[in-house]
Write a protein that binds this ligand. Structure first.
Ligand SMILES: Nc1ncnc2c1ncn2[C@@H]1O[C@H](COS(=O)(=O)NC(=O)[C@@H](N)CO)[C@@H](O)[C@H]1O
Ligand SMILES: [Zn+2]
Length: 500
């Protein structure tokens, strides 16, 4: 990997007068200003330099230490101090004439439209990127972000785009399944629910709603109350700024439902749209496009990110840690893959999101307690066949990254259940997860602790559609056949609407 920069340092006067000082600085640079912060001999190098009548022209190369754009700023500073004092020659600015980054790669880039990248050439095992950057971009680490972007792409290709990491942690004993139908088909037949007007959207009748609430109540009574979680209400319309801090802005675009505000509330502005509808009974979507503003963000996707707005920029008192909160105040929306998935994969879903925040020890301890409580629910109350696996952390997957986290503590545990109707080799359903997110969110949202110790956090998403899908797929739709605890909590079958 190589950085190359041909730059011209614009001077306020002919630099020839300072030739001696300039020569000295150039001669020593690789041992002094270009060496600081780099392992022995791995700093920036001067390929050539010369004096113009109002500039000092230089060619620099570097590896990943003391990169050429940092090196040229150090050179500018050293030169300005020296010839500025002795000859009153100022350095006006740095102009990058040629800036290239060369990265070894097996193949070309698919997307070549990268900000500040003029061209991408794939020649004999290398990607050669030609950048078009000013001093501002060089100071703002734009070349570094471009290199990171390329290396992430190459790494992801190495892992294989969707190479999800999966390591079995635990599996409950096998159970006999007396029911092997597709519960969604059965529920439709029995009128428990109906498809909504939207893609992957359902309208839940009294029975599935009751079942959601039974599962929710179990989470409240078996986990949230005993472990001391307090309920909060997290925003459900998420602004770009939140997703910038949470990292979602790196890779969430294919799956979010975008939200745009009207350009104005003035009814006159909308009169033509209303008239159009009243006459044609069609919504003039084309007309709407230029009457609504740019997307301000999207519908709730991961559910926990907006909670961080509550802690952002704050220092938390030791007595308040660990913070244990949960939200169940609204829906999450994802533009999921096409095709009909029944209720196990929908575009609009209902989740209880638990978030915990504290020192690393507190977060690890809290996570352990959670795993124990969940096991108790799935083994002793829901009588499920299930397993849990160590997987690519959800926040990496949602930033389009693959692999596993740096340390063995940070990461996501997926809880999965077999759906008998999919057959013995059918894919198991991820029905919830528990994650230790390391210091990602406290750092991302600049949350500090009174003790100064790094804050860690974790989160767990309980998907009510998923719990219901797993439970009904294994136990069927007849409450008489449900585990006693569920049957008791469910009570008498609620009355249902009779359609003729
Ligand atoms: N399309 C979907 N339909 C139904 N439930 C879903 C869908 N996507 C996610 N969920 C539920 O939400 C849970 C967590 O989603 S996640 O993306 O894996 N993880 C996160 O977003 C974390 N913030 C924890 O919620 C999943 O385990 C599942 O129970
Ligand atoms: Zn979360």
């Amino acid at each position: 990997m190589e950085f190359y920069l041909k730059a011209s340092l614009k001077t306020s006067a002919d630099p020839a007068a300072g030739k001696e000082e300039i020569e000295k600085i150039m001669a020593e640079a690789e041992k002094t200003i270009f060496a600081k912060g780099a392992p022995e001999g791995e700093g920036a190098k001067i390929k050539s330099w010369s004096l113009g009548d109002k500039s000092i022209d230089v060619e620099l190369t570097s590896g990943r230490y003391v990169r050429v754009h940092d090196a040229v700023m150090r050179l500018k500073k050293a030169l300005a101090e020296s010839i500025g004092k002795t000859h009153k020659i100022g350095i006006r600015g740095v102009e990058a004439e040629t800036f290239t980054i060369t990265v070894p790669s097996e193949h070309d880039l698919k997307n070549k439209k990268i900000p500040y990248v003029k061209s991408v050439e794939f020649t004999d095992g290398n990607l050669v990127l030609e950048l078009e950057v000013s001093e501002t971009e060089m100071r703002n680490q734009v070349p570094d972000r471009i290199l990171t972007l390329i290396e992430d792409k190459l790494e992801k290709d190495e892992y294989g785009a969707k190479a999800e990491h999966w390591n079995l942690l635990w599996e409950s004993e096998d159970r006999e399944f007396h029911y092997t139908e597709d519960p969604t088909e059965d529920m439709l037949k029995q009128g428990w629910l109906k498809r909504g007007a939207g893609r992957g959207q359902w309208i839940h009748g009294s029975v599935t709603t009751r079942l959601f609430r039974v599962f929710e109540q179990i989470v409240v009574e078996e986990i949230l109350n005993p472990l001391g979680y307090d309920e909060m209400i997290f925003p459900k319309l998420v602004m770009w700024d939140i997703w910038k801090h949470s990292g979602h802005a790196k890779g969430i675009y294919p799956e979010i439902y975008y939200v745009c505000p009207p350009k104005t509330r003035d009814p006159e502005y909308w009169e033509d749209v209303m008239d159009y509808y009243k006459v044609t009974h069609e919504v003039p979507v084309e007309m709407l496009k230029d009457k609504i503003g740019d997307p301000i963000g999207g519908m709730c996707y991961a559910q926990c990110p907006p909670s961080w707005g509550f802690f952002q920029g704050e220092t938390i008192a030791t007595e308040s840690l660990p913070i244990l909160i949960f939200d169940r105040s609204g829906t999450s929306h994802r533009y999921e893959s096409g095709g009909i998935h029944g209720i196990e994969r929908v575009d609009e879903f209902h989740r209880i999101e638990l978030v915990w925040l504290g020192t690393k020890e507190q977060v690890v301890e809290t996570t352990k307690l959670l795993h124990e409580r969940y096991a108790h629910i799935f083994n002793d109350i829901m009588d499920l066949k299930w397993r849990k696996a160590w997987v690519t952390p959800w926040f990496m997957a949602q930033e389009g990254l693959a692999g596993i986290a740096a340390d063995e503590v940070t990461g996501t545990t997926d809880y999965e259940a077999p759906l008998p109707y999919r057959g013995p080799t059918g894919e198991w359903l991820e029905f919830q997860n528990v994650s230790i997110n390391g210091d990602k969110y406290p750092t991302g949202f600049n949350v500090k602790s009174q003790s100064g110790e790094k804050l860690w956090s974790g989160c767990s998403g309980v998907g009510l559609e998923r719990w219901t899908a797993a439970f009904l797929a294994q136990h069927g739709l007849d409450p008489e056949k449900w585990p006693p605890e569920i049957k008791k909590r469910f009570g008498k079958m609620p009355k249902q609407v009779k359609f003729l």
